[in-house]
Design a binder for this molecule. Structure first.
Ligand SMILES: [Zn+2]
Ligand SMILES: [Zn+2]
Length: 64
């Protein structure tokens, strides 16, 4: 995946506790095991305005 500009603070942190960036979907910490999430988790993340799931990397908001 090419590097993209992303304003999410997680990219600047030394210790990241989530696997994927919720803004760009980029890998932040590949030592954290990928999880599969119930759809209720993704629904909550959409309400939190996340574009990607930070646990499984799934795209939550479909671009039109
Ligand atoms: Zn990002
Ligand atoms: Zn997920």
């Amino acid at each position: 995946m090419p590097a993209r500009h992303c304003a999410n603070d997680n990219h600047r942190r030394h210790v990241v506790t989530v696997r994927f960036c919720p803004s760009c979907g980029g890998m932040l910490n590949d030592t954290i095991a990928a999880r599969s999430c119930p759809e209720t988790n993704h629904a909550q993340m959409r309400r939190d305005r996340s574009t990607y799931c930070m646990h499984c990397g799934e795209q939550l908001v479909r671009p039109r």
